[in-house]
Design a protein around this ligand. Structure first.
Ligand SMILES: Nc1ncnc2c1ncn2[C@@H]1O[C@H](COP(=O)(O)OP(=O)(O)OP(=O)(O)O)[C@@H](O)[C@H]1O
Ligand SMILES: [Mg+2]
Length: 742
């Protein structure tokens, strides 16, 4: 390949051509790291005659994997389907599906998501009689997860816990949790890696097989790998040593999940013969955006110094806008997008709104709905975490793997079959006594003492499942699901309910059926197990489809590796970003991690960046007054445009209907009808109920008597404008103003 053909600069070219031996590509955002990886794969196949089967590339999301495969296909034209391009988790599942039996699991093991994990942990805490006030399930989950990242097993954890009674309890839960998982023939996400590494360590012949297969290994976003992931790649690469990792220490943002920045900083120690290539030219962003990013990140102490440059034009200044409230902020963003699309010929998909935490999406969702702007939220309530989807998937899971106790428990009384908690307890006691599985205990329910009339109910439940399991041999996944829906009356019940919410659930179920149909059409050998595996591993960004035209909303963490022509970084306030925890805590490294996150955010923008913040904001029902983020102040003044900062909300109010309670409700209804997945926040309960309307006379404890002139729905609360006789016009949040109707 020559340079003009590939569109790579000489440094990038060098990285592509250095294929033998360890290679570290350390480079800033937008310098073409991911592009280099793609070309490197293409070049291995096309120019060096490497068999696609011998290449493994690890990406951060399945979506990124799909894109990489597609691009390789464009360059080479063949073989791309045989490369292992996938996330760490997907690669591990693929390996474990073949070999899990060696570790004492069945190869059709279930994969538990966070919800499943949580119910299991809660269950165990109850069994161990742990006071939920003293012990938080989330904290325990996090502790177990970090232990797994470091490959610390329950026994070791107990020893390390020493005399710390709290950690001793954690150790007890951890041990029990692992035993339960194994009993249920299930693994959680962390297990996928831990068990694969164990497999490699305990069975050298298996490791050898994969070492032979993966002669060339590449890892993108290497700065965010954790210890167990590092172990996984170093074991695989130990024989041929053709390991190429690319990353940016300035974009390491997953320390809280165990990502170990040392992995990148010490690569040269682990592989002393490693070649190191630095890329310094940025192709993504304008000069101004890049300068802002460089200035911000320069405030971090512990980093390898590098400075990106670009040949791109200077571009627009960075817009900075401060508003009175989060409502105004969201309204402005919705209005700017509408304006850009209407008057500048932009597409909705040219825009992304990025924020620090998922909770911040709510206001944007509401304002975008009102402005009729199509959008999609990445993260938040995942499609597969919805109740109706989890219920139906649980049926499929039980058919595939009846040892999956959690799934059996989820559906045993869904829809209601009159099998209550007392009955379940009796079966569980007996199950424990006999040392058998829950499902097997159900099959033998006639031996369980004291079941009485429930026995028949259990029998009809199990025979229903047994019939389905037999049918699974010849029915397609779609037919199987339809059968479940028919026989359980799941959809019929929802239809009978007749609410908007039920209608939205039915639409979600339809969506699930379409997804199954898609899967059965596209998979080489479609199977129930294959479908469940695919579903277990999707992350939200994976479902974003390039063709569709919508604004994307996501947290800064989810935005890693992506790029958009126009980016809004919202909520740029001290206390939000950087988070309250980091500014009040005494660990300066936490602030540095937040700053890296800010660097990631800024560098997502290609042409235009807008920073927004609000002076006051409702957080968990309380008004919080925030200062502008310290990160904004780290951007040199000359790069920033404050134009129209003041008074702009008035004269640039986006052209949309003035939101009233009525119009918000209409928008909700519309949304439920058209895009059931987008309307979720509206089902949330509003904290406040109003007993007054526009035009009513009200009394405020401090401002006295006045007339309500406007009420704006802000989701959790209403923003009420009152014209007071004495005090003049004031805007206030209803739940705080405590206005009394006179
Ligand atoms: N040599 C080049 N010529 C033209 N465009 C390039 C070149 N190298 C990279 N690009 C473009 O620059 C953009 C950024 O590239 P890429 O996403 O590979 O960067 P990255 O280093 O992986 O960024 P991040 O750190 O954010 O993951 C992409 O749009 C890519 O196509
Ligand atoms: Mg990248």
């Amino acid at each position: 390949m020559n340079q003009t053909e590939t569109g790579l600069n000489p440094m990038q070219m060098e990285a592509v051509e250095h294929t033998e031996g360890p290679l570290l590509i350390l480079a800033g955002a937008g310098s073409g790291k991911t592009r280099v990886l793609t070309h490197r794969i293409a070049s291995l196949i096309r120019d060096k005659g490497v068999n696609p089967w011998n290449i493994m590339a690890i990406t951060f999301t399945n979506k990124a994997a799909g894109e990489m495969r597609e691009r390789v296909d464009k360059i080479v034209g063949y073989g791309s389907e045989r490369i292992w391009v996938s996330t760490f988790h997907s690669s591990c599942v693929r390996i474990l599906r073949r070999h899990a039996e060696r570790l004492g699991y069945a190869n059709n093991f279930a994969i538990y998501d966070t919800d499943d994990q949580k119910s299991l942990i809660k269950d165990i805490m109850k069994r161990l009689q742990m006071d939920p006030k003293l012990y938080r399930d989330r904290a325990i989950m996090a502790a177990i997860s970090s232990a797994k990242d470091e490959m610390i097993e329950p026994d070791q954890y107990r020893i390390d816990a020493g005399i710390d009674w709290k950690l001793q309890k954690y150790a007890a839960v951890y041990a029990e949790y692992q035993a339960e998982l194994k009993k249920n023939n299930a693994m959680d996400f962390d297990d996928l890696l831990v068990q694969t590494v164990k497999l490699f360590q305990q069975f050298p012949e298996v490791l050898d097989y994969y070492q032979e297969q993966f002669r060339y290994i590449m890892v993108d976003e290497y700065q965010d790998t954790n210890t167990v992931q590092f172990r996984f790649v170093s074991l695989l690469a130990a024989k041929y040593r053709n390991l190429c990792v690319v990353g940016d220490d300035d974009q390491s943002i997953y320390k809280f999940r165990g990502a170990n920045i040392e992995n990148i900083l010490s690569f040269e120690h682990v592989f002393p013969d490693a070649k190191v290539i630095k890329l310094e030219q940025n192709y993504r962003s304008t000069q101004n955006i890049l300068n802002a990013a460089n200035e911000v990140i320069a405030n971090n102490q512990g980093r390898k110094a590098k400075r990106l440059w670009t040949e791109n034009p200077e571009g627009d200044l960075i817009d900075l806008r401060q508003f009175q409230s989060g409502f105004e902020e969201a309204e402005y963003v919705a209005g700017e997008i509408t304006r850009g699309v209407r008057t500048e010929g932009k597409k909705y998909r040219d825009y992304a709104i990025l924020y620090r935490t998922n909770a911040q999406s709510r206001l944007f969702e509401e304002k975008l709905l009102l402005a009729n702007v199509p959008y999609k939220i990445v993260g938040g309530v995942n499609f597969y975490a919805r109740r109706e989807i989890k219920d139906l998937l649980a049926y499929l899971r039980v058919i595939e793997n009846p040892e999956d106790d959690l799934a059996v428990l989820r559906i045993i009384n869904v829809p209601r079959r009159g099998i209550g908690a007392a009955t379940i307890n009796k079966v569980q006691d007996w199950e424990a006594e006999q040392g058998i599985r829950f499902y097997d205990a159900l099959l033998e329910a006639e031996y369980v003492p004291g079941l009485m009339r429930s026995l028949n109910k259990i029998k009809s439940f199990t025979s229903f499942l047994q019939v389905l399991r037999a049918k699974a041999d010849y029915l397609s996944v779609k037919e199987l699901l339809n059968e479940i829906i028919e026989e359980t009356g799941y959809v019929a019940d929802l239809q009978a309910e007749g609410t908007e919410e039920a209608a939205a659930r039915i639409e979600n179920i339809d969506e699930l059926i379409s997804k199954i149909a898609d899967y059965e059409e596209s998979a080489e050998q479609p199977s129930l197990g294959g479908f469940l595996q695919e579903v277990a591993l999707v992350s939200d960004i994976d479902s974003v489809d390039e063709e569709s035209d919508y604004v994307l909303l996501m947290t800064l963490h989810s935005a890693k590796g992506l790029e958009f022509p126009n980016v809004f970084l919202a909520g740029m306030e001290d206390g939000i970003f950087p988070s309250y925890m980091t500014i009040t805590g005494d660990d300066p490294s936490e602030l540095e991690e937040e700053r890296r996150l800010c660097y990631v955010g800024i560098t997502r923008a290609m042409q235009h960046l807008t920073l927004t913040c609000a002076r006051q904001r409702m957080i968990r029902g309380e008004v919080q007054y925030n200062k502008m983020s310290r990160f904004v102040k780290e951007i040199p003044r000359e790069l920033i445009s404050l134009e129209r900062e003041r008074g702009e909300i008035e004269d640039r109010k986006p052209k949309m209907d003035i939101p009233t309670r009525g119009s918000v409700y209409a928008a909700m209804k519309q949304a439920f009808r058209e895009k059931p997945q987008q309307a979720k926040t509206f089902s949330a309960q509003k904290a406040t109920k109003l007993d007054y309307e526009i035009g009513d006379t009200v009394r405020h404890i401090k401002f006295g008597v006045g007339i309500v002139t406007d009420i704006v729905d802000g989701g959790r609360d209403y923003e009420v404008t009152v014209n007071f006789d004495q005090a003049g016009t004031k805007k206030m949040f209803a739940s705080f103003a405590k206005l009394k109707k006179l």
